[in-house]
Structures are given as structure tokens and as C-alpha cells.
Ligand binder design. Structure first.
Ligand SMILES: C[S@@+](CC[C@H](N)C(=O)[O-])C[C@H]1O[C@@H](n2cnc3c(N)ncnc32)[C@H](O)[C@@H]1O
Length: 185
């Protein structure tokens, strides 16, 4: 079978994450597992006030964790997932949601102190390109989690080296994801 080009690949991913039954049950199925991932990353973010960009925010489960402390900008490719995130954000004036592809973020260079992305990277056609885009919009720190069964530690390390981040720590825990905290400057 020929490899899907970038557009068809993303169309397929968008369809998957826009499937009404998937979207409807997402929170129930993934709430606790995603929250455990946030708990692992949050201590690395604490000395960085102001703005966070969360790429592939999905239904916004991460939002509850950070909204009291920071202004959060969340992007996703699926409008249906964003609709749930919007309901979750309710009247929080420090949350903005944007329909955008992780590989073409509609933001200036180095505009966010922190960029996070939870369990997104295994969905993109070219993880290195995506990491480079996350790095482009970050002024300081990029935190990434990715499904181990799709991208292993060795591959993630190679992507991070090639992406040109200044330094990075890979954190391995009992989780379905691998964690990486990367410094850009
Ligand atoms: C497994 S879900 C994780 C959602 C969220 N980060 C969480 O912690 O619950 C992956 C999300 O990435 C989004 N996504 C997939 N490819 C994307 C892309 N190229 N750009 C932006 N979002 C994307 C999907 O729509 C989905 O909401």
C-alpha cells in the first residue's frame, strides 16, 4: 500500500478524532490516565509563569490543572474535541482555543514560555517536523509525552537531537507514555 501523503494522513487522523462516539466517550475512557501524565509534567512547569500553549489539547482535560495559575492557549485539529474543551473552559477568561495543525501553528517565534503536548506526537506524519514547530514557538521549555508503543525512547531521543533543542531530559515512568522535558534556550 502506498504511504499516505501528509494531507491524507491528517485527514484520517482528523476523522478519527471527530468520530462522535469516540469524542463522547473520550473523557470517561482517558480522564485518569491523562491526569497521571499531567502530574508527571507539572513540576517541571512550576517556575515558569504566564502563558502556556498546549498543542493537541483535545477535550481540555489539562485545562483544569493549569487554569488557576496560567493563561492557557490550546490548539487542536478536531473541532469536535475543541467543542468539549470550550464547554470545560466555560467562563474562564484565561483560556483561548484555536483550531490549528501542530505542524503549522499560527503563532510568532518564541511567543510562549512553555509549550506542552500530551499524547499527540504518535498521531503526526513527521514527529521531527512537529517537534521543530513546537520549538519554534517556545521561548524556554517544551514538554512532550508520547505513546511508547508508537515511538520508543531511542526514536524520541533521535528526534529531539535532530530538532536542535538545547538540552532535554527523557523521563521514563510506569505509564503508556514516555515523557520529555526540553529546553530551547
Ligand atoms: C490522544 S488525544 C490527546 C488529547 C489531550 N492532549 C489529552 O491530554 O487528553 C490526541 C489529540 O491530538 C489531536 N491531533 C492529532 N493530530 C493533530 C495535529 N496535527 N495538530 C493538532 N492536533 C492534532 C487530536 O485531534 C486529539 O485531540
Amino acid at each position: 500500500m502506498p504511504e499516505l501523503n501528509e494531507f491524507s494522513y491528517k485527514k484520517r487522523i482528523m476523522k478519527l478524532y471527530s468520530e462522535p462516539s469516540y469524542v463522547k466517550t473520550y473523557d470517561r475512557r482517558y480522564n485518569s490516565i491523562q491526569r497521571e501524565k499531567y502530574e508527571i509534567i507539572l513540576p517541571y512547569l512550576e517556575n515558569h509563569p504566564l502563558w502556556i500553549l498546549d498543542v493537541g489539547i483535545g477535550t481540555g482535560l489539562f485545562l483544569n490543572k493549569v487554569v488557576r495559575q496560567w493563561t492557557l492557549i490550546g490548539t487542536d485539529l478536531s473541532l469536535r474535541m475543541l467543542h468539549i474543551a470550550k464547554k470545560r473552559a466555560k467562563k474562564n477568561t484565561n483560556v483561548e482555543l484555536v483550531l490549528a495543525d501542530a505542524d503549522y501553528l499560527p503563532f510568532k517565534e518564541r511567543i510562549f514560555q512553555i509549550v506542552t503536548t500530551f499524547t499527540l506526537l504518535q498521531n503526526v506524519p513527521n514527529p521531527l517536523k512537529t517537534i521543530q514547530e513546537l520549538k519554534r514557538v517556545s521561548d524556554n521549555l517544551v514538554a512532550i509525552t508520547v505513546l511508547k508503543k508508537k515511538i520508543n525512547v531511542l526514536s524520541l531521543r533521535e528526534f529531539l537531537k535532530k530538532s536542535g533543542v538545547t538540552k532535554f531530559n527523557i523521563i521514563e515512568r510506569e505509564s503508556e507514555d514516555i515523557f520529555a522535558v526540553c529546553y530551547v534556550t
